[in-house]
Design a protein around this ligand. Structure first.
Ligand code: UD1
Length: 345
């Protein structure tokens, strides 16, 4: 029987998929989540998909005393996968302290608890390709320079990686892997787990599916004059289930002590970039649903093009994304249809 793993933010989009993946690999999972961007009902859906109910503790990790209490009660944790954080770029610009307090404050509390804990020394951290800004060369590899952050949200990811690096260099025994995600999209193949955007979605695919189902009148494509083949921005979209699998692989690398240094960093993408129009067209072709969309001006802060050099993740981590853009779109659509049919009501 594999050990007990803490998943913070385990009720969220990537977290819930990772919990299922862990359970299906035989791990016992404890979820910590404050439900600030999720719903209690996700717990039942995780249980339906995996056939096992994870332990769930509702807790805000900014509350250090409660987090310490949690670690005292759970002294047998073998590893931690840390997702719990805010992630809306625009909101972070309007309310930076909320982002620093939550994203950085919670991480510091977590690392303190892990340092004090006799067991929980292995950390997988949820980082982002946003740390590269607009890279000078593409595809972007892990040794590309970290660029000045374009938002407080992006800055919290950079600072968090630095805090983890410093903590790993100190004597507390922490071992960590930071995973820099490109653009996670799609949903679980069961149609029972997916992204639950709060209010109007900021990200492309939830906006596409909500427009297609009729919740939004029209999709806006931001910018048509970028230096790309069709003039729209290019991203490396990655299926959330491939991403979830990578977390289990990273965790097992730490547990098996196969890591080569105390803090490793890997890009998680497919290595292929698609433009916004290619994403829209693939959605239409895969689902046979017509999208109402228009062009508008560029969105401030968007990088023009970015896709991953996946060589290190493939060769060193031993993980490769398997699902393509069509599967990402079809599963995202099935999830939206299921939500519309009252899955979460
Ligand atoms: C954004 C964040 C990134 C974060 C990620 C996941 C920025 C600059 N980056 O990535 O740091 O890790 O979300 O939360 O915000 N688009 C449209 N119409 C829309 C929405 C998006 O045309 O309604 C376009 C965007 O201009 C972009 C692409 O679709 O070219 C992808 O956008 P999005 O899904 O928001 O992801 P990123 O901006 O790449």
């Amino acid at each position: 029987m594999a050990g007990k793993i803490l998943v913070t933010g385990g009720m969220g989009y990537i977290g819930s998929h990772t919990v299922v993946e862990l359970q299906q690999s035989g791990y016992q999972v404890v979820i910590l989540d404050n439900l600030s961007n999720s719903e209690q009902g996700i717990l039942d859906l995780i249980t339906r998909v995996a056939g096992v109910k994870p332990e769930f503790v509702q807790l805000d990790m900014q509350n250090r005393e409660r987090l310490e209490g949690f670690f005292r009660e759970h002294h047998d944790l073998e590893g931690v996968i840390h997702f719990a954080a805010y992630k809306a770029v625009g909101e972070s610009v309007e309310n930076p302290l909320m982002y620093y307090r939550n994203n950085v404050g919670s991480l510091v509390n977590l690392l303190d608890c892990m340092t004090d804990s006799p067991a929980a020394k292995n950390l997988v951290f949820s980082s982002s390709c946003t740390v590269y800004g607009q890279p000078d060369t593409l595809p972007v590899s892990e040794d590309a320079p970290v660029k000045p952050a374009m938002s407080p949200y992006g800055n919290t990811k950079q600072i968090s990686e630095e805090i983890i690096e410093d903590t790993c260099q100190a004597n507390g025994g922490l071992e960590a892997i930071s995973l820099r995600y490109f653009n996670p999209i799609g949903a679980h193949e069961s149609g029972l787990l997916g992204e639950l955007p709060l209010g109007v979605p900021n990200n492309l695919v939830p906006f596409i599916t909500q427009t297609a189902i009729g919740k939004r009148a029209q999709l806006t494509v931001f910018g048509k004059d970028y230096d790309t083949p069709d003039g729209t921005c290019i991203r490396d979209y990655i299926h959330v289930s491939d991403l979830a699998r990578a977390h289990v692989v990273a965790l097992e690398r730490l547990l098996a002590k196969q890591h080569q240094k105390s803090h490793e960093i890997f890009n998680l993408g497919t290595g292929t970039g698609y433009s916004v129009l290619e994403a829209v067209n693939t959605f239409e072709q895969t689902t046979r649903v017509k999208l109402n969309w228009k062009f508008s001006d560029r969105r401030p802060g968007d990088v023009e093009k970015v896709w991953a050099d996946t060589g290190t993740a493939n060769k060193v981590l031993g993980w490769k994304a398997e699902r393509g853009l069509k599967e990402m779109m079809s599963t995202a659509w099935q999830w939206e249809v299921n939500l519309n049919d009252g899955l979460m009501d």
